[in-house]
Ligand binder design. Structure first.
Ligand SMILES: Nc1ncnc2c1ncn2[C@@H]1O[C@H](COP(=O)(O)OP(=O)(O)OP(=O)(O)O)[C@@H](O)[C@H]1O
Length: 264
């Protein structure tokens, strides 16, 4: 069950308490998550990292209220009722192909009751932030995958959600583009802090972007450890990636993940 109410601890934005999820399929039941207890702190960038199929997407969908947990509870603190509580960015460039890029970004604002002229202004601001201003009148299918994903990110940021949920938003991009978009996300987040839950397979990405990394075990997913990322902000991507601490933490997290990947 998902509840929106004031959680006990004011520094906590999302309280995930003993959440389990079992999917029933024709072939039987699949236990995707078991006993997940995790707090997402107000204003933090939390990364969820874990082996394929460990339930990262399921957990994110439960927090987004797109899926109901089979057991346990999720509580989300909604501080400003006039503000959108959460927005989700998926991996697969979920943009409307029949709308121009500007109208894609305007859409959730109009849905939220923002006046058209203001929605256009806000959309254009975020398109500029994501280097898409020149493509505002283009349709998504005429631009690259990386651009479509930037549209999806601009659309999510434009509503200024209290909680931004991202499910491997950079996974479908080629390696170089992924690095560039990681840096863009880092810059945008540092300038417009909100609470973020970010699912990724990439240890490097989690270390560059995250304040904390919740490492999940193989299915049924559990939180096996939560790593504090010690790099101060604002972060300089090149300095961080080439630092000794980065290499050490990457190695440490990789060893934990490898244990999960190896069959018992
Ligand atoms: N709607 C569903 N019905 C049945 N099983 C499901 C459903 N959604 C997810 N699962 C199963 O639950 C488990 C967890 O899936 P999930 O997609 O959450 O994992 P993930 O960690 O995000 O995987 P990946 O990293 O590969 O994207 C998998 O075994 C998956 O097959």
């Amino acid at each position: 069950m998902t509840e929106r109410l004031v959680v006990a601890e004011p520094a906590v934005k999302v309280e995930i308490g003993d959440v389990g999820k079992v999917f029933s399929t024709r072939a039987g039941s699949v236990e995707a998550l078991s006993g997940i207890t995790l707090d997402v702190r107000d204003g933090e960038f939390l990364c969820l990292l874990g082996p394929s199929g460990c339930g990262k997407t399921t957990l994110l969908r439960i927090v987004a209220e797109l899926e109901r947990p089979s057991s346990g509870v999720v509580r989300i603190r909604h501080d400003e009722p006039s503000r959108t509580l959460s927005a989700v960015v998926f991996q697969d460039y979920s943009v409307f192909p029949w709308k121009t890029i500007r109208h894609n970004v305007m859409f959730p604002l109009l849905q939220a009751g923002v006046r058209r002229a203001r929605a256009r202004e806000v959309a254009d601001h975020w398109l500029a932030q994501l280097d898409l201003a020149a493509f505002a009148d283009a349709y998504p299918d005429t631009v690259s995958g990386g651009m479509k994903q930037r549209v999806a990110i601009a659309r999510a940021l434009a509503v200024r959600p209290e909680l931004l949920l991202m499910d491997e938003p950079l996974a479908a991009l080629d390696a170089q583009l992924r690095l560039l978009l990681q840096e863009k996300l880092l810059e945008l987040w540092q300038a417009n802090r909100s609470t973020v839950v970010f699912v990724t397979h990439s240890i490097d990405e989690a270390l560059l972007l995250g304040d904390r990394i919740a490492v999940m075990s193989a299915r049924p997913g559990r939180i096996s450890t939560v790593v504090d990322v010690p790099f101060p902000r604002p972060r300089d991507p090149d300095r961080i990636r080439s630092s000794e601490d980065f290499a050490k933490l990457r190695d440490d997290i990789w060893h934990r993940l490898r244990r999960e990947l190896q069959p018992a």
